[in-house]
Design a protein around this ligand. Structure first.
Ligand SMILES: [Cu+2]
Length: 454
């Protein structure tokens, strides 16, 4: 991890960012399922942070070093001591070696900072990158590959007139935390409004929402559909046609776009009505040997009857007398309170995420993959007052694009969202949290512990 200068746009001065190695996003890992790797994560950052720190936030007190980092590989089935536990941060001049066994299905994972209380600032500074796991099932599909497979990391930033990153503050110098950060500059792979020269054929786009808080709603300017072939934790059972893709922070989508009917055209990837990037399709027709098979990878449903435990977990926003958010909580508990979620290794549980707030919160569990069961509206005021659950309306099945293995789920406002999880892999202390980083840093994160059966 180093402080570096990057050009986000031809017309912007170089911007000071933090990257892994000499880039942000950092280098892209490409590993094989079943072949473990060791990574030494060295913190060579300066000792002064580039953004204002809120010392009133738990874990970011003024007696702690300003610059602290710890790397989490999002979506990895990794041992607890290599998972980047938020308290296991270290200072510039130090490094750790982490072991990633990669004993999991082909998927797009991503690594990013996870230091307690300043994670939103470290990621905003640029500490994130992409990590692909490959396997034989994926190989056999003959999907577009190599230069026809493009990782797209989307995020938003605020730039000042000098081209430097600006992380907004609350206006209270003693407590600069703000509840969500939305940038006016949309960035893809470190560039503002980039273009990509493509051939008139199929491409595989591996899209990651790497933003602190923004949800993306993506479409193509010519009205063409994408074929979605995978989500967070790998391939869907079958390709899915969709014209608009919603991605919450930390969610991934594996998309096929066929440019074969668009030779000589320019197509814009749009976020709502704004332009994100441009594809410039060349005129000369090409031979495209790649395929999108109608059957991809079975995703066997975990039956609800397999669950040995159902946990009801509430999502709470704490407000000040002027109804401004002060912090967010999971089950009314703070980060440093005793562990309350302690699933047994290899057991199945249902987690009911009861969102009493007016925001959608992308909830992420470390270590595991899960399936979304359903959602239902409920009467949140009654629930908050009396703890009584009054359902309003029918059970809503997940979107078809949420049908695969997930590690991040949108807990929609005033809804209960149920997920089913098998706690496979390792015992030990992990975390679950909201992936809106401003929420995560301000108490919307809890430890959980996988315990052994004996
Ligand atoms: Cu949240």
């Amino acid at each position: 991890m180093r402080q570096i200068d990057c050009k986000f746009h031809r017309d912007l001065k170089p911007t000071r960012v933090w990257g892994y190695g000499s880039t942000s996003p950092g280098p892209t890992f490409d590993v094989r399922s079943g072949q473990g790797i060791l990574v030494e994560w060295a913190n060579e950052l300066p000792t002064k942070h580039i953004f204002p720190i809120d010392h009133t936030i738990h874990g970011a007190e003024s007696n702690l070093p300003e610059v602290r980092t710890v790397v989490h590989l999002h979506g990895a089935k990794a041992p607890a001591n290599s998972d980047g536990y938020p308290d296991n941060w270290y200072q510039p001049g130090k490094s750790v070696v982490y072991y990633y066994p990669n004993r999991q299905d082909a998927a797009m994972l991503w690594y990013h900072d996870h230091a307690l209380g300043i994670n939103r600032l470290n990621v905003f500074a640029g500490l994130f990158g992409v990590y692909f796991v490959r396997d034989e099932v994926e190989d056999a599909l003959n999907l577009p590959k190599e230069k026809y497979e493009i990782p797209l990391v989307l995020y938003d930033r605020i730039f000042d007139t000098d081209g430097q990153l600006n992380y907004p503050v609350s206006g209270n110098p003693k407590s600069p935390w703000t509840p969500e950060v939305f940038g006016d500059g949309l960035v893809i792979n470190g560039k503002i409004f980039p273009y990509l020269e493509v051939e008139p054929r199929k491409y595989r786009l591996r899209i990651l929402n790497g933003a602190n808080a923004r949800f993306f709603h993506l479409s193509l300017s010519n009205g063409q559909a994408f074929q979605e072939i995978g989500t967070d934790q790998g391939l869907l059972p079958a390709p899915l046609e969709l014209k608009r893709l919603t991605l919450a922070p930390a969610e991934r989508a594996d998309m096929i776009v066929d440019f074969s009917g668009s030779a000589g055209e320019q197509i814009i990837l749009k976020n709502d009505s704004l332009s994100a990037m441009q594809f410039r399709v060349s005129r000369t027709s090409v031979h495209d040997p790649s395929a999108v098979p109608s059957v991809l990878r079975p995703v066997p449903k975990i039956p609800e009857s397999a669950a040995v435990m159902t946990r009801t977990l509430s999502l709470i926003e704490v407000q000040d007398p002027a109804q401004r958010p002060v912090r967010m909580l999971l089950n009314n508990a703070h980060w440093d309170m005793p562990v309350t979620e302690n699933p047994v290794l290899d057991s199945v549980e249902i987690w009911s995420l009861v969102n009493t707030t007016d925001d959608s919160h992308p909830i992420h569990l470390h270590l595991v993959r899960f399936q979304i069961l359903d959602r239902q509206s409920f009467d949140a005021p009654t629930y908050l007052r009396s703890g009584k659950f009054v359902g309003l309306g029918p059970l809503i099945l997940p979107d078809t694009s949420e049908a695969g293995w997930k590690d991040t789920v949108r807990a929609e406002p005033n809804m209960i969202t149920r997920i089913i999880i098998r706690f496979e892999g390792y015992t030990g202390r992990y975390v679950w949290h909201c992936h809106i980083l401003e929420h995560e840093d301000n108490e919307m994160m809890r430890p959980y512990e996988v315990i052994s059966a004996r």
